[in-house]
Design a protein around this ligand. Structure first.
Ligand code: CA
Length: 228
């Protein structure tokens, strides 16, 4: 799926130049001349990233960024600020209002694209991941779907993340502690036995196609996902 980018820039020549380059790079682009026009578009649907000019007639880009950050619906919307002013103080203010990055005019299209891609990667690592296929199991992180041959497996979010982590690390012994850190997150306190419970459920879900044999118990160590 191509990322959608909203360009908020009042200078038509610059807006058009950016739009042409982003479309050429495969992004879906929409445009707004003012912060007010951007609000109308954002109310109708959220893009994956907003490219926001600092100086706009009416409400400034900085003010719009601040308001977007203050609302829960848009608090995590990735924002890249554009500005003609290169002073350090402005840059700091840009980050202060919550911009994810900051590009100073004039910039090369290549530099802008690199910054946009980096921000999108940081914002949504899951959506940029490619499907993985091992031993007849196909996991699509974007669609949140696992297929065993023609069959779609019914997995809980935790079992899905567990299987995803296994498939990204085939043929490696993974301790329960490592699985907890990567699948549950290291800020959550959960007993290591919980891992075994979810492994059991995951094996049950994989059993009809015989894929449960891919998850091997390594006595005293943890688990290993066999690559074939
Ligand atoms: Ca401007």
């Amino acid at each position: 799926m191509n990322a959608r980018i909203l360009i908020v820039e009042d200078e038509p020549a610059i807006r058009e130049l950016i739009a042409v380059n982003l479309r050429h790079a495969g992004f879906m682009v929409s445009e707004a001349e003012t912060a007010e026009a951007a609000r109308v578009q954002l109310d109708a649907g959220l893009p994956d990233l907003v490219l926001l000019d600092w100086m706009l007639p009416g409400q400034s880009g900085v003010e719009l960024a601040r308001r977007l950050r203050a609302e829960s619906r848009t608090a995590k919307l990735p924002i890249v600020m554009l500005t003609a002013r290169a002073q350090e103080g402005d840059k700091l203010q840009g980050f202060d209002v919550g911009a994810d990055d900051y590009v100073t005019k004039p910039f090369s299209p290549r530099e802008l694209l690199a910054r946009i891609r980096a921000v999108l990667r940081r914002a949504a690592p899951e959506t940029s991941e490619e499907p993985i296929e091992i031993a007849g199991l196909r996991l699509d992180p974007t669609a949140f779907r696992v297929r065993a041959g023609e069959r779609t497996l019914d997995l809980s979010p935790t079992e899905f993340r567990l299987l995803h982590f296994f498939m990204k690390n085939p043929d490696r012994v993974l301790s329960r502690a490592k699985l907890l850190d990567n699948v549950w997150g290291d800020r959550v306190y959960i007993e290591e036995r919980t891992v075994d419970v979810h492994i059991r459920r995951l094996r049950l879900a994989l059993a009809p196609g015989g894929h449960d044999r891919l998850i091997e118990t390594v006595r005293g160590e943890g688990y290993r996902f066999l690559p074939r």
